[in-house]
Design a protein around this ligand. Structure first.
Ligand code: CTP
Ligand code: CA
Length: 239
Protein backbone atom coordinates (compact mmCIF):
# COMPACT_ATOMS: atom_id res chain seq x y z
CA UNK A 1 0.00 0.00 0.00
CA UNK A 2 1.05 3.57 -0.60
CA UNK A 3 0.61 6.84 1.28
CA UNK A 4 1.17 9.72 -1.10
CA UNK A 5 4.13 8.55 -3.14
CA UNK A 6 5.63 6.47 -0.37
CA UNK A 7 5.35 2.72 0.05
CA UNK A 8 4.24 1.61 3.51
CA UNK A 9 5.54 -1.92 3.10
CA UNK A 10 6.32 -2.24 6.82
CA UNK A 11 2.78 -1.38 7.99
CA UNK A 12 1.88 -3.38 11.09
CA UNK A 13 5.46 -4.32 11.88
CA UNK A 14 6.42 -3.67 15.51
CA UNK A 15 9.98 -2.47 15.77
CA UNK A 16 12.45 -1.55 18.50
CA UNK A 17 15.54 0.45 17.59
CA UNK A 18 18.29 1.47 19.99
CA UNK A 19 20.50 4.40 19.04
CA UNK A 20 23.35 6.52 20.34
CA UNK A 21 26.12 5.91 22.81
CA UNK A 22 25.67 4.86 26.41
CA UNK A 23 27.48 6.74 29.17
CA UNK A 24 28.84 4.92 32.16
CA UNK A 25 29.34 7.11 35.22
CA UNK A 26 32.65 7.29 37.06
CA UNK A 27 31.48 9.84 39.60
CA UNK A 28 28.63 12.41 39.77
CA UNK A 29 30.22 14.58 37.06
CA UNK A 30 32.16 12.20 34.81
CA UNK A 31 31.44 9.30 32.51
CA UNK A 32 32.98 6.91 30.02
CA UNK A 33 31.37 7.49 26.64
CA UNK A 34 31.95 6.93 22.96
CA UNK A 35 31.74 8.86 19.71
CA UNK A 36 28.40 7.55 18.49
CA UNK A 37 26.21 10.45 17.34
CA UNK A 38 23.06 8.34 17.15
CA UNK A 39 22.45 9.47 13.57
CA UNK A 40 22.45 6.01 12.02
CA UNK A 41 20.12 4.50 14.61
CA UNK A 42 17.71 7.42 14.43
CA UNK A 43 17.71 7.13 10.62
CA UNK A 44 16.84 3.43 10.99
CA UNK A 45 13.91 4.33 13.27
CA UNK A 46 12.65 7.07 10.93
CA UNK A 47 12.92 4.86 7.85
CA UNK A 48 10.86 2.13 9.53
CA UNK A 49 8.22 4.57 10.79
CA UNK A 50 7.93 6.26 7.39
CA UNK A 51 7.37 2.83 5.85
CA UNK A 52 4.49 2.18 8.23
CA UNK A 53 6.10 0.36 11.16
CA UNK A 54 5.32 1.16 14.78
CA UNK A 55 8.62 2.04 16.41
CA UNK A 56 9.96 2.25 19.94
CA UNK A 57 13.19 4.24 19.73
CA UNK A 58 15.40 3.74 22.77
CA UNK A 59 17.88 6.59 22.70
CA UNK A 60 21.09 6.60 24.67
CA UNK A 61 23.19 9.76 24.30
CA UNK A 62 22.33 11.27 20.91
CA UNK A 63 23.81 14.47 19.49
CA UNK A 64 21.82 17.69 19.79
CA UNK A 65 19.12 18.03 17.15
CA UNK A 66 19.37 14.47 15.84
CA UNK A 67 16.21 13.37 17.72
CA UNK A 68 13.96 16.25 16.64
CA UNK A 69 12.28 14.61 13.64
CA UNK A 70 11.93 11.25 15.37
CA UNK A 71 10.39 12.69 18.52
CA UNK A 72 7.72 14.41 16.41
CA UNK A 73 6.86 11.28 14.38
CA UNK A 74 3.39 9.89 15.06
CA UNK A 75 4.56 6.26 14.85
CA UNK A 76 7.68 6.63 17.02
CA UNK A 77 7.63 6.33 20.80
CA UNK A 78 10.81 7.73 22.27
CA UNK A 79 12.45 6.36 25.41
CA UNK A 80 15.69 7.54 26.97
CA UNK A 81 18.46 5.43 28.47
CA UNK A 82 21.71 6.65 29.98
CA UNK A 83 23.77 3.62 30.87
CA UNK A 84 24.12 0.18 29.28
CA UNK A 85 22.05 -1.24 32.15
CA UNK A 86 19.25 1.27 31.52
CA UNK A 87 19.36 0.56 27.81
CA UNK A 88 19.18 -3.15 28.54
CA UNK A 89 16.05 -2.87 30.64
CA UNK A 90 14.28 -0.55 28.17
CA UNK A 91 15.17 -2.64 25.11
CA UNK A 92 14.44 -5.98 26.74
CA UNK A 93 11.03 -4.79 27.95
CA UNK A 94 10.11 -3.35 24.55
CA UNK A 95 11.44 -6.41 22.70
CA UNK A 96 8.80 -8.62 24.30
CA UNK A 97 6.20 -7.05 21.97
CA UNK A 98 8.42 -6.53 18.93
CA UNK A 99 8.77 -8.32 15.61
CA UNK A 100 12.16 -6.76 14.88
CA UNK A 101 14.84 -5.38 17.20
CA UNK A 102 17.68 -3.33 15.73
CA UNK A 103 20.56 -2.75 18.12
CA UNK A 104 22.21 0.28 16.56
CA UNK A 105 23.28 1.73 19.92
CA UNK A 106 26.96 1.88 20.78
CA UNK A 107 26.77 0.08 24.09
CA UNK A 108 29.67 0.46 26.50
CA UNK A 109 31.57 -2.79 26.91
CA UNK A 110 32.94 -1.73 30.28
CA UNK A 111 31.71 0.23 33.27
CA UNK A 112 33.34 1.22 36.53
CA UNK A 113 32.91 -1.57 39.06
CA UNK A 114 32.34 1.06 41.73
CA UNK A 115 30.97 4.52 40.96
CA UNK A 116 32.46 7.11 43.30
CA UNK A 117 29.67 8.73 45.35
CA UNK A 118 31.61 12.01 45.40
CA UNK A 119 33.70 13.68 42.73
CA UNK A 120 37.12 12.10 42.24
CA UNK A 121 39.77 14.72 43.07
CA UNK A 122 43.49 15.02 42.51
CA UNK A 123 43.82 15.31 46.26
CA UNK A 124 42.05 12.00 46.83
CA UNK A 125 44.39 10.24 44.40
CA UNK A 126 47.51 11.81 45.95
CA UNK A 127 49.38 12.67 42.73
CA UNK A 128 49.64 8.99 41.81
CA UNK A 129 47.41 9.16 38.74
CA UNK A 130 44.16 7.28 38.65
CA UNK A 131 43.62 3.59 38.08
CA UNK A 132 40.07 2.69 37.11
CA UNK A 133 38.82 -0.83 37.56
CA UNK A 134 36.32 -1.63 34.83
CA UNK A 135 34.06 -4.63 34.51
CA UNK A 136 32.16 -5.87 31.47
CA UNK A 137 28.57 -4.80 30.92
CA UNK A 138 25.92 -7.35 30.01
CA UNK A 139 25.71 -8.19 26.33
CA UNK A 140 22.20 -6.94 25.54
CA UNK A 141 21.93 -8.48 22.09
CA UNK A 142 23.05 -11.86 23.46
CA UNK A 143 20.07 -11.76 25.81
CA UNK A 144 17.72 -10.86 22.96
CA UNK A 145 19.04 -13.75 20.86
CA UNK A 146 18.68 -16.16 23.78
CA UNK A 147 15.04 -15.15 24.35
CA UNK A 148 14.15 -14.70 20.68
CA UNK A 149 10.77 -15.94 19.50
CA UNK A 150 10.80 -17.91 16.22
CA UNK A 151 9.08 -15.05 14.41
CA UNK A 152 11.40 -12.38 15.76
CA UNK A 153 14.27 -10.81 13.81
CA UNK A 154 17.30 -9.55 15.74
CA UNK A 155 19.63 -7.15 13.96
CA UNK A 156 23.06 -6.18 15.28
CA UNK A 157 25.34 -3.37 14.22
CA UNK A 158 29.12 -3.40 14.20
CA UNK A 159 31.47 -0.46 13.84
CA UNK A 160 34.78 -2.04 12.91
CA UNK A 161 38.39 -0.99 12.43
CA UNK A 162 39.69 -3.92 10.34
CA UNK A 163 43.37 -4.72 10.86
CA UNK A 164 45.90 -5.02 8.01
CA UNK A 165 45.11 -8.01 5.83
CA UNK A 166 41.57 -8.24 7.14
CA UNK A 167 38.40 -7.01 5.44
CA UNK A 168 35.21 -5.54 6.83
CA UNK A 169 33.44 -8.64 5.49
CA UNK A 170 35.73 -10.95 7.53
CA UNK A 171 34.90 -8.99 10.65
CA UNK A 172 31.19 -8.85 9.86
CA UNK A 173 31.02 -12.62 9.27
CA UNK A 174 32.78 -13.57 12.46
CA UNK A 175 30.74 -11.13 14.53
CA UNK A 176 27.44 -12.27 12.99
CA UNK A 177 28.14 -15.87 13.90
CA UNK A 178 29.54 -15.05 17.34
CA UNK A 179 26.51 -12.91 18.17
CA UNK A 180 23.91 -15.29 16.73
CA UNK A 181 21.96 -12.42 15.17
CA UNK A 182 19.71 -12.81 12.12
CA UNK A 183 21.35 -9.85 10.40
CA UNK A 184 24.45 -7.83 11.12
CA UNK A 185 25.06 -4.41 9.58
CA UNK A 186 28.75 -3.54 9.59
CA UNK A 187 30.49 -0.29 8.80
CA UNK A 188 34.07 0.79 8.91
CA UNK A 189 35.07 3.48 11.40
CA UNK A 190 38.28 5.23 12.27
CA UNK A 191 39.64 8.50 13.53
CA UNK A 192 38.39 10.22 10.38
CA UNK A 193 35.45 8.12 9.32
CA UNK A 194 32.06 6.96 10.43
CA UNK A 195 31.23 9.17 13.37
CA UNK A 196 29.21 12.38 13.34
CA UNK A 197 28.93 11.98 9.58
CA UNK A 198 25.64 12.16 7.68
CA UNK A 199 26.95 9.51 5.24
CA UNK A 200 27.66 5.86 5.80
CA UNK A 201 28.51 2.64 4.00
CA UNK A 202 26.89 -0.52 5.35
CA UNK A 203 27.59 -4.14 4.59
CA UNK A 204 24.78 -6.42 5.72
CA UNK A 205 25.30 -10.14 6.33
CA UNK A 206 22.93 -12.79 7.60
CA UNK A 207 23.59 -15.29 10.39
CA UNK A 208 25.45 -17.60 8.02
CA UNK A 209 27.76 -14.83 6.85
CA UNK A 210 26.16 -14.41 3.43
CA UNK A 211 26.13 -10.83 2.17
CA UNK A 212 22.47 -9.87 1.81
CA UNK A 213 22.84 -6.15 1.23
CA UNK A 214 25.19 -3.27 0.71
CA UNK A 215 24.50 0.42 0.72
CA UNK A 216 26.34 3.69 0.52
CA UNK A 217 24.93 7.18 0.90
CA UNK A 218 23.13 9.15 3.54
CA UNK A 219 22.39 7.33 6.76
CA UNK A 220 18.73 7.40 5.71
CA UNK A 221 19.51 5.75 2.36
CA UNK A 222 21.45 2.92 4.01
CA UNK A 223 18.71 2.60 6.66
CA UNK A 224 16.24 1.86 3.85
CA UNK A 225 18.64 -0.77 2.44
CA UNK A 226 18.70 -2.37 5.89
CA UNK A 227 14.89 -2.49 6.05
CA UNK A 228 14.79 -4.06 2.57
CA UNK A 229 17.08 -6.80 3.96
CA UNK A 230 14.92 -7.25 7.06
CA UNK A 231 11.78 -7.53 4.90
CA UNK A 232 13.46 -10.10 2.59
CA UNK A 233 14.70 -12.17 5.53
CA UNK A 234 11.26 -12.23 7.11
CA UNK A 235 9.61 -13.17 3.79
CA UNK A 236 11.96 -16.12 3.43
CA UNK A 237 11.36 -17.27 7.00
CA UNK A 238 7.58 -17.04 6.58
CA UNK A 239 7.49 -18.65 3.13
N1 CTP B 1 25.95 -4.86 22.04
C1 CTP B 1 25.08 -5.16 23.07
N2 CTP B 1 25.51 -5.13 24.36
C2 CTP B 1 26.78 -4.84 24.65
C3 CTP B 1 27.70 -4.54 23.60
C4 CTP B 1 27.23 -4.57 22.31
O1 CTP B 1 23.91 -5.43 22.80
N3 CTP B 1 27.17 -4.81 25.92
C5 CTP B 1 25.43 -4.91 20.67
C6 CTP B 1 25.59 -3.64 19.87
O2 CTP B 1 24.49 -2.78 20.04
C7 CTP B 1 25.68 -4.17 18.44
C8 CTP B 1 26.32 -5.54 18.61
O3 CTP B 1 26.15 -5.90 19.97
O4 CTP B 1 24.43 -4.35 17.87
C9 CTP B 1 27.77 -5.59 18.25
O5 CTP B 1 28.46 -4.66 19.05
P1 CTP B 1 30.03 -4.71 19.08
O6 CTP B 1 30.51 -3.66 20.03
O7 CTP B 1 30.52 -4.64 17.67
O8 CTP B 1 30.28 -6.19 19.64
P2 CTP B 1 31.02 -6.71 20.91
O9 CTP B 1 30.49 -8.07 21.16
O10 CTP B 1 30.95 -5.74 22.03
O11 CTP B 1 32.49 -6.90 20.40
P3 CTP B 1 33.77 -5.90 20.41
O12 CTP B 1 34.70 -6.49 21.41
O13 CTP B 1 34.27 -5.97 18.99
O14 CTP B 1 33.30 -4.52 20.78
CA1 CA C 1 31.64 -3.58 21.92
Amino acid sequence: SVVGERAVDLAGLRVVVSAGGTREPLDPVRFLGNRSSGRQGVAVALAAADRGATVVLVAAHVDEGVLAEASAHSRITLEHAGTAAELQSAVTRAAAAADVVVMAAAVADFRADAVSPGKLTKESTGGEGLVLHLVETDDIVAGLVRDRRPDQTIVGFAAETPAEGETLLDRARSKASRKGVDLLAANEVGWERGFESTQNTLLIVDGTGTVVGEGSGTKRVVADVLWDCVANTRDEVNR
